[in-house]
Design a protein around this ligand. Sequence first.
Ligand code: ME8
Length: 644
Amino acid sequence: MADKKTFYITTPIYYPSGNPHIGHCYSTLACDAIARMKRMQGYDVMFSTGTDEHGQKIEKKAQEMGITPKAYVDEIVANFKKLWATLGIKYDRFVRTTDDYHIKTVQNMFEKLYNDGYIYKGEYRGKYCTPCESFWTESQLVDGKCPDCGREVTEASEEAYFFKLSEFGPRLKELLLDPEKNFLEPKSRVNEMINNFIEPGLQDLCVSRTSVKWGIPVTIDEGHYIYVWMDALTNYISLLGFMNDTYNDYEKYWPADMHVMAKEIVRFHSLIWPAFLMALGEPLPKKVYGHGWITFDGGKMSKSKGNVIDPFVLCERYGVDALRYHLLREMVFGSDCPYSNEQMFSRINSDLANDLGNLVSRTVAMAIKYFDGTLPEEKEFTDADNELLEQLDQLPDFVSETFETMRFSEGLAKVFSVIARANKYIDENEPWKLAKDETAKPRLAAVLYNLLDAIRRIAVLLEPVMPHTSPKIYEQIGADASNTTWESTKVRHALAANVTVTKGEVLFPRIDIDKEIEELNKLFPAEEKGKDLEPLKPLTKFDNFAALDLRAVKVLSCEKVEKSDKLLKFKVDDGFGERQVLSGIAKYYKPEDLIGKTLAMIVNLEPRKMMGLESNGMILSVKYGDGYRVVEFDDSVLPGSDIS
Ligand code: ME8
């Protein structure tokens, strides 16, 4: 027998820097649905997902919690796996970048690229966004800030290894514009990549760090650690066994058929990843799909509208398949998609309970009522059946084509339009009237049989999206393994002519939307405003304020206080002369960054001693995240100026 055709699909490997949320669910569900469909279509599928565990963010979080980075990620990775199990995600391989085989591949690949002259040692100077772990060129900054997250960037410089990304501009442009390949979808992103990154000139890519120790060590230079994207992207081949001995699937599955991700990391997948592969002399992935974001009230979650979006809670209350269907139905490929529970409830009620659920329950109930559950062999088909049958005939190819290009929304809308057509077919043929006429029994049997067989074909096409519901439908309509294959959806009347139906549970109970939102609000009360703030103090006399002398002061010098990890020692000019003051902000500032700044200070507090040093006043700071920021003025404010 000839080998099966293979199909390799990947999700991004997620950062286990926080627990998975509904956004992560979308990419993973989309890949799962495609993988399931491809398996049904007879492909030998490799569907991979995993976690991207190295880097500064995770190192910092673990440090804050006083545990090792590995212990920190282990717990979150377990939550990712638990969520995927809850959502019915059937991945074939879960890669962790801390897995030995992955580390081996990344190290081997680094060495090869170094030996072949694609990686060299240099000094990096540039704008660096710490939270995003990204270096940016001046032209990529938006208003001088990180284009991804909008936060401040800082000038960074360190000894580092570089990958010669700058050499690959022309080949990458050719790849992106190749009309045969359609490498990157949606097409709108192609211009973005070319205009924003290739045309201005690709910069060589920093692929190692010395300051972040939580990473894969560079084997040829102690103290250097491989820097995020080279580590992360390589997962797609390490998990197949490229340059490691753990797996032996590279020849079989590479190149990947589809890399799926959201838009913010398309750049890494459509420029850097192919460039690495070009340098390695390996085949390129066939397709990169960058979908939009699931957004919450314009970016933020809100509990006040019953907008609980804990995927575990949603699955438990409304069912896994309802959530799977809703997410895949709502997101139009390429656009962002706002999430709201209210919208999900409407979808469940209209599509799942009313249209699909009713079609199944009405049809099964009629077969039981009119034929005791088993249809007679004798049937009378007429031209009135043609329209429904023709619509069904067109579905399999359309579903297949839309699903595998991430256009689930279109594909599902079409399936549900045929479900609506089937419901209309019931109303047009009025089985309840046929049942009253003994001579119309063959026609009645044909009508019910057409309906049951339509449900069969529809349920099979929906199985990739609703894998728990379709088998329940098969049971109710008397379908079996032979007539629930993907191929069988192309065939009319594959159900046994004398099929027996069985009454089953209600597939999707209707939701009373107002009541449910009230219920959710009770379960998850909206957070009280100001809950995390210091409580307000009682009123005080104006004189108490007037007694304080608040001034602008200029920092002349600033240094750490020995043996204290909190205190900084300042010399400031208060307009009248110099004075020494201490402040407990050493964790949030480098001393040299404060020199020359004009700050706000209370200058008439009685002197206090700290760590044996005298402090004459108090520098004002404001709470900022987990730390503090000094209150500062621009240079035009003179030292000694009164603050009132
Ligand atoms: O970027 N809407 O990891 P990450 C839709 N480790 N999709 C969303 C989403 C949302 N609101 N939020 C997250 C990383 N996603 C890197 C990837 S790959 C070699 C390395 C999904 O945890 C979406 O797929 O930040 C997005 O691209 C990905 O999670 C980002 O995951």
